[in-house]
Design a protein around this ligand. Structure first.
Ligand SMILES: Nc1nc2c(c(=O)[nH]1)N[C@H]1C(S)=C(S)[C@@H](COP(=O)(O)O)O[C@H]1N2
Ligand SMILES: [Mo]
Length: 433
């Protein structure tokens, strides 16, 4: 079951932690007075910079939010379901992913730690380091904007744990259902251009990131997450350093002011609040690269198995998947009319070549109209008109097939200790009336 936490419940439980979780606001538990360094996160939450920020008491529920219906809304986001408040994690119900290009307000949030408070975004600095960089360099955000060719691409961002809630035996972690995915248009530059500006040594193997967020423990020596990708993925045309989403600055919870976007791979390689890129001469060994983190058994195992470390493989491309974004599940539809069903499909590094739907529990399938992606690694839109043979309850199932002929499974795919890569078909309930 997903955990829905109301704003007031959150503050009641631990006001200091609620401040941290929601706003990255550090407050002093002894004096009970808030110190707020930059204020942009909380300002973003209430919709403007807080003028008297130095006087905001610790644990105060901002009045702008106090009246919001529970579960609380994150300003700039709407309709998301909060799964965890510390760190903040929120997913999007499928019917709110109906837009062709995901609006910022509907993009999920997956935080592993406490977001930074960003005070001077244009002077945010990105450094390029690592064993295999020829000339280590630093760039401010305004330098990145000035010096490199700007590009905009629609790229699918999906958490590796999307769909985790279905696994049995259950997997610990955020109980994502369907909505840890989205496909906004990202604005920024090619990662490759920046890497080449510094020079990539012949022995380079991996490109990894560090971000400006802090570990939940508060220990500055620990990173919440530091992952990476093999050189070939980093050098693709679509691998981006992005400062914008749909023509606006990134939302504070989606990595403002700078992040990586590696379309088609688990979201965890798309580092947010990007401060450092490391060109490594080995497979990156940062936080959440090892053990069961973002790794799955190299060969299928029985559900609940213990898997030896050397039998676990790092997740690369995400598998083929699709969503029905219209209608919303539970729809009552007049029998006399055709029902227009629509959604999106994507397939990690691959493209989707076929989309089908079934209204008879998978006995027969009807092919949907499937569009090409606007650019590589963008999701593809599909639609189909359905007619129902009589009144009653139906389930509509939707399945995509990728360009290698691989389809979504009807039931859960391979169990793995952390519950990654569930790409089972999406199904909705429809009542023909
Ligand atoms: N610095 C940093 N980058 C991060 C994370 C994080 O916690 N810290 N979470 C990762 C994970 S697991 C995912 S799925 C995506 C989520 O991106 P979003 O919150 O913008 O949807 O960001 C990734 N990048
Ligand atoms: Mo993730």
């Amino acid at each position: 079951m997903s955990k829905r936490t109301g704003l007031h419940a959150l503050y009641r439980r631990d006001p200091v932690q609620a401040d941290m979780a929601l706003f990255g606001r550090r407050s002093d538990p002894l004096s009970r007075r808030g110190f707020i360094s930059g204020l942009s996160a909380m300002g973003a939450a209430v919709g403007a910079a807080i003028f008297y920020h130095q006087h905001v008491p610790a644990g105060l529920v901002p009045a702008a939010l106090a009246d919001s219906p529970e579960p609380f809304e994150i300003v700039g986001k709407s309709g998301l379901i909060v799964l965890n408040d510390r760190p903040l994690n929120a997913e999007t119900p499928p019917h709110l992913l109906d837009d062709r290009v995901t609006p910022a307000e509907h993009l999920f949030v997956r935080n592993n730690g406490i977001p930074p408070v960003v005070s001077d975004p244009q002077n945010w600095t990105l450094k390029i380091t690592g064993e295999s960089v020829i000339k280590p360099k630093s760039y401010t955000l305004s330098e990145l904007k000035r010096r490199f060719e700007q590009i905009s691409l629609q790229l699918v961002l999906e958490c590796g744990g999307n769909g985790r809630s279905e696994f049995y035996p259950p997997a610990a972690g955020n109980q994502w259902t369907l909505g840890a995915v989205g496909c906004p248009e990202w604005n920024g530059i090619r990662l490759r251009d920046v890497l080449e500006d510094c020079g990539v040594a012949d022995d380079a193997v991996y490109v990894a990131f560090n971000g400006g967020d802090t570990h939940l423990s508060g220990d500055p020596a620990k990173r919440p997450i530091s992952r990476g990708v093999p050189m070939a993925k980093a050098m693709e045309n679509e691998s981006m350093i992005a400062w914008g989403m749909n023509g606006h600055d990134l939302h504070p919870m989606n990595g403002h002011p700078l992040r990586l976007v590696m379309g088609g791979w688990p979201g965890s390689v798309s580092g947010k609040w990007l401060t450092e890129i490391m060109i490594r001469d080995r497979i990156h060994d940062g936080a959440k690269m090892t053990g069961t983190s973002y790794r799955v058994p190299c060969e299928p195992v029985a559900p609940g198995s213990q898997v030896a470390d050397e039998d676990m493989c790092i997740i690369h491309s995400m598998p083929v998947k699709s969503l029905i974004t219209h209608p919303r599940t539970g729809k009552r539809h007049p029998l006399s009319q055709a029902l227009q069903l629509r959604g999106h499909a994507w397939a990690g590094d691959r493209s989707v070549s076929k989309m089908e739907v079934s209204i008879d529990f998978g006995q027969t399938w009807q092919e949907a109209v499937l569009e090409s992606p606007v650019n590589r690694l963008a999701w593809q839109h599909w639609s189909v008109d359905l007619r129902f043979p009589g009144k009653g309850y139906y389930e509509v199932w939707a399945r995509a097939t990728d360009d290698h002929g691989v389809s979504q499974p009807m039931v859960l795919p391979g169990w793995n200790p952390k519950g990654y890569l569930n790409n089972a078909t999406h199904r909705i309930a429809v009542y023909a009336v």
